[in-house]
Ligand binder design. Structure first.
Ligand code: AMP
Ligand code: ZN
Length: 463
């Protein structure tokens, strides 16, 4: 049984899905006006853990992550750079996907761009207008929060009577300022705009996520996530406009991750205290260490960035990888009856922790105890081939969720060998026999023997 802390009810609740065996989830994605910073990636790694663990438990997952390519900041920065909105945002979108791959974040099923879903947004705004939830001012359309009784339930805010009727045109604002929000903004100056039934203009940020989530997942779905800063006003507004449009409950489980912090507070582009994935790699840390660091604390606990913390993560990742290699290289002997029990205990501990609101910190603790126990066992006794396979399988299954094991050194070697053989073939074609011989001898010194046959070069490992 999995439990998640559901922000909607401020407590841990047993997870249930709407359609048996299928989880539909929406994860608020990047605003592509700059490199995503590692604070953003803390949230994306948490969402990746959530996705991977649901799959580990046998669910099929349909995940949507939007790409916010039109809102105040993308428009402002594109203009500054003298580029079209599309050219500017596509550049950062590309970096975003590269960073996802660096961090081993599994791809979601859909990455819709806001600019490609304007029609769906217009339909929702029209429905809201027909039902009397909106009002207009100078060509812009606003959502009247006093019309939605449940407004503020997610983030536990009170609607202050004196503020009703006040409204916000900007996409983001503070919790103290509870106001009506903009659904459709009338065209201003040379801003990008769309000519629609609502007039010429562009959508507000909040309507984008309602439109894209419901388009791909339906009017009601299972899980919606984001960083804690998304709770108000963004998610509060998403609930208001979606539920008023459909008359149905929008989402059953809302999960919010805590921030990655620096000494100056939350890591954020507006404060300017940001570090991106590439900057961390340039400091010499491995991508696995960065991923490990980001998932090393429970997602609801704040996580403080420091180089010392990354160094500790690097050590931990190396420890797990050394252990895998040690087991891989272990010369097997007789059966070790205790190993199966350690695996069982490790598996239970790992699942108990993840079932309990994705307690990744607890699960890592279990993994290290498991490693210690097996190391102890093997320091004065042996194990057979089956024991070895079972340990490696357990590590692989844990890694399907954690994603912190490096490529197996043997796999890496295989790839390297193929590459060198290819290089040697090229050298022979170019009649560069000295290079070809050097490659053959190098490989031989590493225990790899080549055999040239009519159908190509074969290789065997001699040790
Ligand atoms: P943005 O690109 O600003 O819309 O943010 C993308 C995601 O990153 C959202 O889910 C935010 O809540 C989340 N986020 C932003 N800053 C941080 C931070 N310092 N730590 C963790 N998550 C963050
Ligand atoms: Zn969103």
């Amino acid at each position: 049984m999995i439990k998640f802390y559901n922000t909607l009810h401020n407590k841990k609740e047993e997870f249930y899905e709407r359609e048996k065996g299928l989880v539909k989830m929406y994860t608020c994605g990047p605003t592509v006006y700059n490199f995503a910073h590692i604070g953003n990636f803390r949230t994306y790694v948490f969402e990746d853990l959530l996705r991977r663990y649901l799959k580990y438990k046998g669910y099929k997952v349909i995940q949507v992550m939007n790409i916010t390519d039109v809102e105040d900041k993308t428009i402002r920065e594109a203009k500054k750079a003298g580029l079209s909105l599309e050219a500017y945002t596509k550049k950062y979108e590309k970096f975003f996907f590269e960073d996802l791959d660096i961090l081993g974040i599994e791809r979601a099923e859909y990455y819709p761009r806001a600019t490609e879903h304007i029609d769906q947004m217009v339909v929702i705004i029209k429905k809201l207008r027909e039902q009397g939830f909106t009002y207009e001012s100078e060509g812009s359309i606003y959502f009247d929060i006093s019309k939605f009784e449940k407004y503020g339930k997610l983030s536990n805010i009170e609607i202050n009577e004196t503020k009703s009727g006040l409204r916000y045109d900007t996409d983001e604002y503070e919790k103290e300022d509870v106001r009506d929000f903009v659904l459709w903004k009338a065209k201003k100056g040379d801003e990008p705009s769309w000519n629609t039934e609502l007039g010429v203009g562009r959508p507000g940020w909040h309507i984008e996520c309602s439109a894209m989530s419901m388009h791909y997942l339906g009017e009601s779905f299972d899980i919606h996530t984001g960083g804690v800063d998304n709770m108000f006003p963004h998610h509060e507004n998403e609930i208001a406009q979606s539920e008023c449009c459909t008359g149905k409950k929008f989402v059953n489980f809302w999960l919010h991750s805590a921030h990655l912090t620096l000494k100056e507070g939350k890591m954020s582009k507006s404060i300017g205290n940001i570090l991106n994935v590439r900057q961390i790699l340039e400091k010499g840390f491995s991508k696995e260490a960065l991923r490990y660091f980001l998932l090393s604390a429970h997602y609801k606990s704040p996580l403080a960035y420091s180089e010392e913390a990354l160094e500790a993560a690097e050590k931990a990742v190396t420890h797990v990888n050394y252990f895998r290699d040690f087991i891989d290289d272990f010369k097997v002997g007789s059966e070790n009856k205790k190993i199966a029990a350690h695996i069982q205990e490790g598996k239970k501990g790992f699942e108990d922790n993840f079932d309990d609101d994705l307690n990744s910190a607890g699960a890592l603790g279990v993994l290290f105890i498991f490693i210690r126990n097996i190391n102890k066992e093997l320091s004065n006794s042996s194990m057979n081939a089956q024991n070895k396979t079972e340990i490696l399988n357990f590590l692989q299954s844990v890694n399907r969720v954690l994603g912190v094991l490096r490529e197996n050194k043997k796999d890496l070697l295989d790839k390297d060998i193929e590459e060198l053989i290819h290089k040697r073939e090229e050298a022979r074609k170019n009649k560069d026999f000295s290079l070809s011989d050097t490659i053959r001898n190098d490989l031989l010194s590493k225990g790899i023997e080549l055999e040239d046959r009519k159908d190509g070069t074969r290789w065997i490992r001699k040790k």
